[in-house]
Every structure is written in C-alpha cells, then in structure tokens.
Design a protein around this ligand. Structure first.
Ligand SMILES: *Cc1c(COP(=O)(O)O)cnc(C)c1O
Length: 388
C-alpha cells in the first residue's frame, strides 16, 4: 500500500495540532474589530506574558517566526550598527542573513554544529572588540538539537549594556526561558512549535530598554513596524487583519498551558527527551548534540547507514516522520522531536520502534527491541504529567 491512513509526526514543527484546538479554529471567524475579539486578545496578551515569563507586552504578528525575527532587526537597529550574531546551526545563520541583508556591521561567532556557544567567547568579544549594539542568539537550535545558555548570555549582555535578541521559536514552552529574570531584551517565538497551533503567527516581547530604542528608531518599515503593532495592542487591536482562526486556537492552547503549568510542561519535555535518548543510546547510536535541548533529540547515523534512505523507509512503510538533518548534515543525522505539551510519553516508543524498523532495513547490526525496551524502562520509572 502506498501511503498510510494513520501517520505519526516527529518533526520539530509544525507540531501536531491537538483535536480540541483544531475544533476551536473551525468556529465562525470573529470580526477583528469586534469587542469579543478585543477581549480574546486581552486574555491572550495576559497569558502570553506568563509563557514568556515577562511583565512586558508580547506583540502578535501574522507572519511565520521569521517575520518576528525580521521585525526585531528592522525595528531595533539602524543600518551600519555593529552587532554580533551567533551561528551554531541553520537558524543562527538566519540571524546572520537578516543582519547582513539590512546592512548591519555583523560580526559572526561561528560554533561547530552540535555545540553550544561558550558564553565566555561572547564576553571576550564584547570586551575586546566592542562596542556592539546587540547580540543575536538562538535558545534551542532546531537544526542541531542544541540548547544555549541564555541565562549566562543575558547576564553578560546586561553587564555590557548591549541588547540580547533571542530566537526562541522552538524552545518556548519546552525549555525554561526566564525573559525578565535573565535580562533578555527581545524574545521571539512562533505558533507552530511548542504552542501546537498551525504556522502563521509569530510573537515578540521587548524589554523597556529595547522598546525605548525601537521608539526612537527612524528606520522605515511598514507591515512589521513594532510601533504600529504596540499602538494597536494598547487599544486591544492589531494594525491589520490578523490570522483570526489561529488566534482563536492560540487562546485555547494558552489556556491548556496555564492549566498544566509551565514548570510541569518543562518537566514533561525533559521526560520525553530522557525516554527518547535512552532508546537511541541503547541502540548504540550516538547523540549529536553536546548540550541537548528538550525540544528534540538529534541522532548521528553510523557510517554504514544511508540516513536519507532510512528516513524514507520509515515514512513510506511505517507512516512515521522523523526529520532529516539540515544542510551538510542531511542524511548524516536525524532529528526526533518531542515538542509540545500534548505529546504523550507513549508516542516516543513509536519513534524508537520506527527507528529500529529503519535500522533493521539498513544493514546496521543490533538486537531488535533493545531501543524500545530501554525507552519503556525509563518511561516506567519516571512520573507522567498529571493535571488536576
Ligand atoms: C522553526 C524555526 C524557525 C523558523 O521559523 P518559521 O516559522 O519557519 O519562519 C526559526 N528558528 C528556529 C529555532 C526554529 O525552530
């Protein structure tokens, strides 16, 4: 049979949308100028602050995550500004591209894929080659599965009087990110990762200092202009017609997250990651990320395994999607996501079972079942997420 009726998605975004959220999004579309919609936006605005761990406003843009990344560059900076962009994977590379496209004097800190940036390197650069106006970083680098130490980077940039701008598109709602306590000036996220709604919305929070800078910046912009977005936000509105149905889904997703509690959600992701890594390691496969994020587990294929072929086999024969490596790591690594508060621990057994299926067709020698058994053992000995 070609194709599967039932499929399982372990790609790190778009994440599967829970049925009750899909249902919410099929309700009649509210007028974006109605009082009902303003009330919904006010509630969302309140709940986003909780998820972003900030007292400041979180603005909503109808654009994918990269839209908010672009908004950060355009609104905070003026062409010619000196900035540092940390590139430890594909998404860090996007910061470099954005800063260069808009004519910033960009210093790149390149980090080998699979590693996190050493905060001391950033500190040295700020001290010895400064001043810089901003540092652009990635919380969870989705192309490699690496988590970056935003607490340390925030302390350093705060001491040095330089803005810290963080892409937390995949990390938000999976790994802890204390926006205010860690002195992060701008945090960006998107709808289709940890929040588990479809792609199409992005979010941006600004510290008081960043907002002052944005207000006084005269670089022209229109659709992504954050002054317009903030002015509308203050009136319970958005400047243009937003993706209303996604916003209706978002309200539900945020309600779920509040009910479960952020701390529980972080622990849940840690558990999913632990189960997955136990299974992968028992199969004798090395983990790719040196400092792993709880968003996904990146796995190095042994040299005798054709990764492209393996992933295709499990997609066509098992209906299971595991993400391939990106760029130079395509076919060399795979990325198993465990992202989203609605993913169950049992689902990770499916991912490990599919990986075993693929390995058994790849010429790799292993004892079938060892990965699943070890994942299952960890599942049994760790506590599940309970909601009261
Ligand atoms: C998914 C992702 C992006 C890309 O966001 P889009 O919504 O595709 O624009 C950027 N950064 C990270 C870390 C991501 O995981």
């Amino acid at each position: 049979m070609e194709g599967h009726v039932k499929t399982f998605n372990f790609a790190p975004g778009p994440t599967p949308v829970p049925d009750h959220i899909t249902q919410k999004m099929t309700e009649p579309i509210l007028s974006h100028r109605s009082s009902e919609f303003s009330e919904l936006l006010n509630q969302i605005s309140h709940d986003l602050k909780y998820v972003f761990q900030t007292q400041n406003d979180v603005l909503i843009l109808t654009a994918s995550g990269s839209g908010a990344m672009e908004a950060a560059v355009v609104n905070l900076l003026t062409p010619g500004d000196r900035v540092i962009a940390i590139r430890s994977g594909k998404f860090g590379g996007r910061w470099v591209e954005l800063c260069e496209v808009y004519g910033m004097d960009t210093t790149v800190i390149d980090v080998e894929w699979g590693n996190a940036v050493d905060p001391a390197v950033v500190r040295d650069m700020l001290i010895n080659q400064g001043p810089f106006k901003a540092v652009f970083a990635t919380h969870s680098e989705t192309s490699t599965g690496v988590l970056h130490d935003m607490d340390s980077l925030g302390q350093i940039t705060h001491e040095m009087g330089c803005f810290l701008v963080v892409d937390a598109i995949s990390g938000l709602g999976a790994n802890d990110l204390k926006t205010d306590a860690w002195h992060i000036d701008i945090v960006i996220s998107g709808s289709q990762k940890g929040l588990m709604i479809p792609p199409g919305l992005s979010f941006i929070s600004m510290s008081k200092g960043a907002w002052e800078e944005v207000k006084s910046n005269s670089t022209p912009s229109y659709y992504l202009n954050l002054k317009r977005a903030q002015t509308s936000h203050d009136k319970g509105l958005t400047p243009y017609t937003p993706a209303v149905s996604l916003i209706m889904g978002l309200a539900k997703s945020l309600e779920d997250i509040k009910q479960i509690g952020l701390e529980n959600i972080f622990q849940h992701h840690a558990r999913l990651a632990k189960i997955t890594r136990a299974g992968v390691t028992a199969l004798g496969l090395p983990l790719f990320a040196k400092q792993p994020s709880n968003v996904l587990t990146s796995v190095t294929f042994p040299p005798e395994v054709d990764g492209n072929k393996l992933l295709k086999t499990i997609k066509t024969q098992c209906g299971v999607t595991i993400a391939n490596g990106m760029e130079q790591y395509k076919g060399k690594i795979c990325r198993i996501a465990h992202l989203g508060y609605h993913i169950e621990a049992f689902e990770m057994l499916i991912a490990i079972s599919a990986l075993e299926y693929g390995l058994s067709h790849s010429g790799f020698s292993f004892q079938p079942g060892v990965g699943v058994a070890e994942a299952q053992r960890v599942l049994l000995e760790t506590a599940s997420l309970t909601v009261d």
